[in-house]
Design a protein around this ligand. Structure first.
Ligand SMILES: *Cc1c(COP(=O)(O)O)cnc(C)c1O
Length: 381
């Protein structure tokens, strides 16, 4: 597969989604669907480049949304199944959500009681689910652990209201983050121990996201076995998976340029992007983004600290080494910056949002969207 021809890129910073790599992920997810019988929907929270949704919709069954705006985007741009969950729905949004969703997922019995009749009156064919908290997680980071202590996400067994049974079409859980199938097996065991007796009578169980299915070491065959066994135990019930990250995983870079090189105890390169505004998980998770052709600090001949073009002292990507000295104008290619990046971007400090582009299967760089001053101004007043 020929990689991106960066000479076609007229400016930086820019995210470039590689269509062929996205399709490769979708094909693997489709294999899971075909061999396990599960349905896979895209979690918009992690990847919402809607210019690719025709392609995504060729393979996946629809989208999972976390509230009105994502639900609208799912309906407008993919128009397949729309599943909408929110930690708490709002009075002034629930009617529209009911109209455009195929499945609504309540977080608590109190939300269910508040809205169930109203939602059904607006959309009699809507499915209704409850998100439960299996209180089991091996999520590596507290920030991304939906089953941590005092979690607000999902209903625990002691807070389950059995009067809902008979009205519920499904149960949802979401307990994983960037994990392999062994973690899912642990969650499933806890889920079935706590909620297993409620599954009979449900139309589906939704296993949430956090399945890192497209990562090279993910045990896809084992996942298929686990899903098939679950379905066999429960009268061939429909299973949903709703990955976000696994869809956008390793589908393209964020390309930035060196604006200046300065020295203060070490060599420092200032880039036309920002860790804080454009690669937020590198600071929040945190993790170190790989850079094409670069090594760890000190590994290659020329080490630089790479920093963003904001006034936040901590806006730093890390220390990286290169074979040759960096020069102003050099491109820096941050790998794997398509998931959980532009969906979280901010216009902090007025820095320009990176453009969005697609590297097509035909080997053409298609500039999809450029941002400017208006995007900054319109968020303020
Ligand atoms: C975040 C989230 C997902 C997607 O998680 P990934 O880690 O991106 O796969 C799915 N479902 C729910 C309810 C979520 O909150």
């Amino acid at each position: 597969m020929a990689g991106i021809d960066f000479s076609q890129l007229s400016h930086t910073p820019c995210y470039i989604c590689e269509e062929a790599l996205l399709e490769k992920n979708l094909q693997l997810l489709n294999r899971v669907q075909e061999e396990s019988g599960a349905k896979v929907i895209l979690a918009l929270k992690g990847f919402a480049m809607w210019s690719t949704f025709d392609l995504v919709g060729n393979y996946l069954q629809g989208c999972t949304a976390s509230g009105l705006h994502e639900a609208k985007l799912a309906r407008e741009k993919m128009n397949k199944e729309v599943h909408t969950y929110s930690p708490a729905f709002k009075e002034d949004e629930i009617d529209e959500i009911a109209r455009i969703s195929d499945d609504i997922v309540f977080n608590s019995p109190s939300q269910f009681h508040r809205y169930y009749e109203r939602v059904k009156a607006i959309n009699p064919s809507i499915s209704v689910s409850l998100r439960v908290n299996p209180e089991y997680s091996s999520s590596p980071v507290d920030m991304y652990n939906p089953c941590g202590i005092y979690s607000r996400l999902g209903t625990t067994k002691v807070n389950f209201d059995e009067s809902l049974l008979g009205k519920l079409d499904g149960l949802n859980f979401h307990a994983l983050c960037e994990q392999n199938v062994d973690a899912l097996e642990g969650v499933l065991e806890a889920f079935e121990a706590k909620f297993g007796s409620y599954i009979e009578g449900m139309k589906y169980v939704n296993f949430g996201g956090g399945h890192h299915i497209t990562r090279s070491d993910y045990d896809v065959d084992r996942l298929i076995t686990v899903i098939k066994a679950f379905r066999a135990r429960h009268n061939n019930i429909t299973v949903y998976l709703e990955p976000g990250e696994a869809v956008g995983w390793q589908t393209g870079p964020l390309v930035a340029s060196v604006l200046d090189i300065i020295h203060n105890g070490m060599d420092i390169a200032i880039l036309d992007t920002s860790a804080e505004a454009h690669m937020p998980d590198t600071l929040a998770m945190p993790y170190r983004a790989a850079i094409r052709g670069a090594g760890e600090s000190g590994e290659k001949a020329h080490t630089y600290r790479l920093g963003g073009n904001t006034c936040l002292a901590g806006d730093i990507m890390g220390d990286y080494s290169f074979d040759t000295p960096l020069n102003v104008g050099d491109k820096i290619i941050f790998e794997d910056q398509i998931h959980y990046t532009f969906v979280k971007n901010t216009t902090f400090n007025g820095v320009k949002l990176p453009s969005l582009a697609i590297w097509t299967k035909e080997g053409k760089l298609e500039m999809i969207h450029e941002f400017g001053y208006e995007d900054y101004k319109n968020r303020l007043s």
